[in-house]
Design a protein around this ligand. Structure first.
Ligand SMILES: Cc1ncc(COP(=O)(O)O)c(C=O)c1O
Length: 394
């Protein structure tokens, strides 16, 4: 057991009481509580729609699938289309692209923010490029002005994987509200937790309907009959004899959440700001200490408003990284790699089409990166232990 673990638990006695109540009331799968949760999410993040699902990975799968089944010719992905995506993210950012026949065009990250490098994007855009799937890594917002400019100039769709950055802001606007759609995760170790869970944010009504239908078997239930999505899928009068609850429009999935997870989400959401505040304080203290060793180590630069998912450290050389890892663990910190490191350095890279590009910063992060948590009840104790871990480098 580590004194300063990567994951934490913010559930309270009250959550236990609320869940028991849901359980006793008897309707447990996605229903009215989930609708309420979605409403609160959309209000909180100032997005027109929130669609709750059972994980951040499901949110990614749902977004990419919605683009495959879209009949909007300007907002559609087809087999063989290229999607630009950074090399450092989670595997399930890439999985739906590969599974659905798209071509992930993997690019390098920026050395200061660890987010997708704008220069690298410009270098790979070609006539097959249709989408940029930006990832707000570890709480840090991407360069949205540049991303939106590039998308406008080249007619590209912008998607966001915001699974690690709930509550982060760029120009006072929440990350996850810049792209056509964004994914969020409420997995156990994320900013707020519903045990497993996630949701998609979008301002686009047509895509909201696509997401809702694909989430639940592809049925027409929950879709407004006056909507564009409904009418474009009802092409034959005979379908009218089937009730919407049992009318299928698309080959969908079952990615639904449950009322228990949604109830947890409702009680966790108001805690988000305080959680971020503690994370920002601890990351700030860690950064001050790390700064004294800037000839040996660096971290992500907080250019906008980071929700500081955790604390990444990148050593200039591998030997120092190995030494620091031992010291951090000796002082009670649980450590891990920075997200996946470079995804193309994993065995799964054989499933990525095309040649494997050489990516300098992603490789550096892969080889010399360490990650620790930043949410601990005793802040000063954690800061002292962190400082002590560097004594060796004085
Ligand atoms: C960037 C990113 N995308 C997607 C996911 C998947 O989220 P989940 O674990 O809820 O499936 C994660 C998970 O940690 C992630 O870090």
């Amino acid at each position: 057991m580590f004194k300063f673990p990567l994951a934490y638990n913010t559930f309270s006695k009250n959550d236990e009481i609320l869940i028991s109540k849901v359980f006793r009331e008897g309707f447990l799968t996605q229903g009215k509580i989930t609708q309420n949760y979605e409403f609160r999410l959309s209000e909180f993040f100032n997005s027109k729609y929130a669609v709750a699902v059972n994980s951040g990975s499901s949110a990614n799968l749902l977004m990419i699938s919605a683009l495959i089944y879209s009949k909007d010719q300007s907002l559609k992905l087809r087999r063989g289309d290229e999607v630009i995506v950074p090399a450092v993210s989670w595997m399930t950012t890439y999985s739906p692209l590969i599974q659905l026949g798209l071509v992930p065009r993997i690019v390098d990250i920026d050395k200061d923010t660890l987010n997708i490098s704008i220069e690298s994007i410009k270098n790979v855009i070609n006539e097959k490029t249709k989408c940029i799937f930006a990832v707000n890594l570890l709480g840090h917002p991407c360069e949205f002005k540049e991303l939106l400019d590039i998308c406008k100039q080249h007619n590209l769709i912008l998607l966001e994987d915001n699974c690690e950055s709930m509550g982060a802001k760029y120009d006072s606007k929440y990350t996850g509200t810049f792209g056509l759609m964004s994914s969020q995760s409420t997995y156990m170790s994320h900013h707020i937790s519903t045990i497993e869970g996630g949701f998609v944010l979008t301002n686009n009504e047509y895509f909201r309907d696509l997401l809702v239908s694909l989430r639940s078997h592809g049925w027409a239930r929950d879709i407004n009959q006056n909507s564009r999505f409904y009418s474009e899928n009802i092409t034959n009068k005979n379908y009218e004899y089937l009730p919407d609850d049992f009318l299928f429009l698309l080959p969908g999935f079952n990615l639904r959440t449950t009322e228990i997870n949604s109830q947890l989400g409702i009680s966790q959401l108001p805690k988000l700001d305080d959680i971020i505040s503690i994370k920002r304080t601890i990351s700030g203290e860690f950064s001050i200490i790390l700064n004294k060793y800037q000839n040996l180590f660096s971290t992500q630069i907080d250019k906008y408003f980071s929700s500081c998912f955790g604390f990444p450290i990148i050593a200039k050389n591998k030997r120092d990284k190995d030494l620091l890892k031992i010291e951090l663990e000796k002082n009670g910190f649980q450590t891990r790699p920075i997200v996946t490191g470079n995804i193309l350095s994993h065995p799964v890279s054989k499933f990525f089409p095309g040649e494997i590009p050489k990516l300098k910063i992603s490789t550096l992060v892969h080889e010399n990166g360490i990650f620790i948590g930043n949410y601990f009840p005793k802040v000063s104790e954690a800061v002292k232990a962190f400082e002590k871990s560097f004594d060796l480098f004085l």
